[in-house]
Ligand binder design. Structure first.
Ligand SMILES: NC(=O)c1ccc[n+]([C@@H]2O[C@H](COP(=O)([O-])OP(=O)(O)OC[C@H]3O[C@@H](n4cnc5c(N)ncnc54)[C@H](OP(=O)(O)O)[C@@H]3O)[C@@H](O)[C@H]2O)c1
Length: 425
């Protein structure tokens, strides 16, 4: 028997309890032994739970689970990079318990030190559910692609943002209307900031980068931009350019230097990531031998996420022990960051300008001075009010593009801050 102790019985925790109970026989067969919940810990014991836990001990302080006799694995489903979650992780790994979590904030922030603690104590640290909910992306990268040199990972890693962008594009909703709809449907939290401002995607991107490149997760160095300032007009222009707008997490290694960024980008409709609609998640991984691989599925929700948590538990029951980030914790590298100026790519810029002669000439001159060449330009019909001007550029460095955009924003004829988005090839 494998004994487990669960901290947190919310969406994911109660999903794990239901899954372990509903599929107990199947899991026992596949795991080679029964998996039994020994104890749980929550904040409020009186709350109604969407699961049954006969004979399970309820423990007030989650940290006590780390020393619970009979528990082989501690499963942390509370959330948060610090506090109870971090303390429990450290205590469990230093008290002989394997540690499974769905907590991206914890792993993105303290993953390297936890991996080293697991290695030192010959225990397993697992977090399949921390990135893209029910999609088995961690195991795919760590195990199925173990022989590949992975050079780039791109992901649509936040279902709330993808739902909002899809509704803005297809139904012409404003950002606020699409967010309200996402909240009504239960996709977005009451406080949606972590999702729409890109922080949730950044945590997941840091974990994917660590797995891809055998490096310490480093969320602090990710350039993060969310989707708040996008308008339906931006998405319509993207459509005219045969592209869709997606919030992407991108991690790339070039010449030993790491580039990590999170932000909205134009994705040509011909690419598989552009086809990912609604609340789905997807991850595209480029391996040198495997080629491009895209995994798509439900990136959140109690049941898909529980499916990933339970897969980690079954691995432990089977005696499958793998370094958390694919290489021993003591060998995780600290990668240097790529200077932004090296990352050349095409850009989309949408401007709102006064309808006056010479405006486009002024903008073109600024771009020329930064050695940026325009690939295409869309200018709308004459109007007494401001008119949109949309252009795409040939490949340009991020630094040059930022300098040019700042100068363009200062032109008197440019009536609102430019919208600048990279075009992902
Ligand atoms: N929801 C998803 O779709 C999803 C997907 C992937 C990953 N995750 C990750 O999974 C984790 C859990 O998410 P969730 O959506 O299940 O959260 P949730 O519904 O808010 O549940 C959190 C649970 O943790 C308990 N808890 C919080 N602080 C505690 C403390 N100090 N001591 C004891 N219990 C405590 C809460 O107790 P009470 O019930 O008594 O308040 C609750 O049962 C997070 O790290 C999240 O990022 C979630």
């Amino acid at each position: 028997m494998l004994g487990i102790a669960i901290a947190g019985l919310g969406n994911v925790g109660s999903g794990v309890a239901r899954l372990l109970s509903n599929q107990a026989e199947l899991i026992a067969q596949r795991a080679g032994r029964p998996v039994t919940i020994k104890a749980v810990s929550v904040r409020n014991k009186k709350k109604r739970r969407d699961c049954e836990l006969p004979g399970v001990e309820w423990i007030d302080d989650p940290r006590a689970l780390a020393k619970l006799p009979g528990a082989d694995v501690v499963v942390e489903l509370m959330g948060g990079a610090e506090g109870a979650a971090r303390e429990l992780a450290e205590l469990a790994l230093n008290n002989g318990k394997h540690f499974v979590t769905a907590n991206k904030a914890l792993i993105a922030t303290h993953g390297a030190s936890l991996a080293r603690a697991a290695e030192k104590n010959k225990l397993q640290l697992s977090f399949e559910a921390a990135v893209a909910g029910g999609i088995p992306v961690i195991k795919t990268m760590r195990e199925a692609l173990a022989g590949n040199d992975v050079t780039v990972v791109r992901g649509i890693l936040n279902g709330t943002c993808n739902y909002i962008l899809t509704r803005m594009e297809l139904a012409g909703l404003s950002f606020d209307e699409a967010l309200r709809e996402a909240q009504e449907k239960g996709y977005a939290e009451a406080d949606p900031a972590a999702d729409i401002d890109g922080h949730d995607t950044a945590h997941k991107t840091a974990i994917l980068a660590a797995l891809a490149f055998g490096a310490e997760p480093d969320v602090k160095t990710i350039a993060i931009e969310g989707i708040r300032r996008l308008t339906p007009r931006d998405l319509q222009f993207a459509d005219e350019l045969s592209c869709r707008v997606r919030l992407l997490g991108v991690a790339r290694l070039a010449d030993g230097k790491l580039e990590q960024r999170v932000g909205p980008a134009l994705v040509p409709k011909s690419l598989p990531l552009a086809q990912v609609a609604g609340a789905l998640n997807a991850v595209l991984i480029r391996g040198d031998f495997a080629g491009d691989l895209m995994l798509q599925g439900l990136g959140a929700g109690g049941e898909p996420t529980a499916s990933s948590v339970v897969s980690d538990i079954i691995d432990i029951a089977r005696g499958i022990f793998v370094p958390a980030f694919g290489v021993p914790g003591s060998k995780l590298k600290k990668l240097h960051l790529a200077a932004e100026a090296h990352a050349a790519q095409r850009y989309f810029m949408r401007l709102l300008v006064a309808d006056q002669p010479g405006v486009v000439a002024d903008i073109s001159a600024i771009l020329r001075d930064e050695h940026i060449s325009i690939e295409s330009l869309i200018q709308r019909a004459r109007s007494t009010e401001s008119v949109p001007v949309v252009m795409t550029t040939h490949e340009a460095s991020a630094d040059a593009m930022k300098r040019a955009t700042a100068k363009i924003a200062r032109l008197k004829t440019v009536t609102e801050p430019p919208c600048l988005l990279p075009i992902e090839e």
